[in-house]
Ligand binder design. Structure first.
Ligand code: MN
Length: 259
């Protein structure tokens, strides 16, 4: 546990101590380590559509501006709106981060649980997605994630092929994601490629999403039509390894903090 986390826990503990919640046993819930090291933490409990960190046409020719406009300005915006509308029914839930709610879906009131799952998942997934892409990006991975990829898959090409194959094989809508495999106390944890249906997040299974690609048709249909494979291949040209390295470090920190 680092100093920042201690400081954050003390701050959060002071706030949480004053809250008495009926439907959601926060006292038993591990505090969300993801909030600690984020450079720009979202307001707790209320979703906000993050601005795109680049222009709508910045990812061309790999992702076209109209796709970005609709994907961010319509789809993601709707997830945010629907999530907040659901949480409006239970204001006490807004004292917790969206990530914490997703880690504890079974504690969400049943009448809004599916809405929180789909729209909270959509919000968190897309908030990651915009940041792990960028202009003048792509190419070979760098830093610690490059080592982890080689250690887990042999080389980058094999990793990329497995990732694309998993994304292509996801029936219907969903995501292809990378998480840390194995138990939290394993010192030699490897990366693992998984897919999730709909807007499900690895957070729902207690795993931190290090990177992921959106394989919903809305992510690629305008440019690539039904050719998901071509989109998956092109996507590597906009992957922001610097941001993914930050998330990889966060995935390790989350696990160490749980010890
Ligand atoms: Mn999407």
């Amino acid at each position: 546990m680092n100093l920042n986390r201690r400081h954050f826990l003390s701050l959060l503990g002071a706030t949480a101590a004053g809250l008495a919640l009926e439907n959601y046993a926060f006292a038993q819930t591990p505090l969300d380590p993801q909030l600690i090291s984020q450079a720009d933490p979202q307001p707790i409990g209320t979703a906000v559509l993050p601005p795109l960190p680049y222009a709508l046409d910045a990812l061309q020719p790999y992702i076209d501006a109209e796709t970005m406009e609709f994907h961010h300005g319509k789809h993601h915006k709707a997830y945010v709106r629907n999530l907040n509308a659901a949480l409006d029914k239970y204001p006490q839930l807004k004292t917790k981060s969206i990530e914490n709610l997703l880690r504890n879906l079974d504690r969400i009131p049943s009448d809004i649980r599916t809405t929180v799952r789909n729209n909270g998942g959509g919000h968190v997934n897309h908030s990651m997605f915009w940041k792990i892409m960028g202009p003048n990006a792509g190419g070979e991975p760098t830093g610690a994630i490059a080592e982890a990829i080689n250690n887990s898959f042999g080389d980058f090409l094999t990793f990329k092929e497995n990732f694309n194959k998993a994304g292509g094989g996801r029936f219907g809508s969903g995501w292809v994601m990378v998480i840390l495999d194995g138990d939290d106390d394993d010192d030699n944890r490897k990366l693992k490629i998984i897919t999730t249906p709909n807007q499900d997040s690895p957070l729902m299974e207690g795993k931190y999403p290090i990177m992921g690609n959106d394989v919903w048709e809305h992510a690629y249909y305008l440019s690539y039509r039904n050719s998901r494979g071509k989109y998956l291949e092109a996507w590597w040209n906009v992957v922001n390894w610097e941001e993914i390295n930050k998330r990889y470090a966060q995935a390790i920190a989350v696990n160490n903090d749980d010890d």
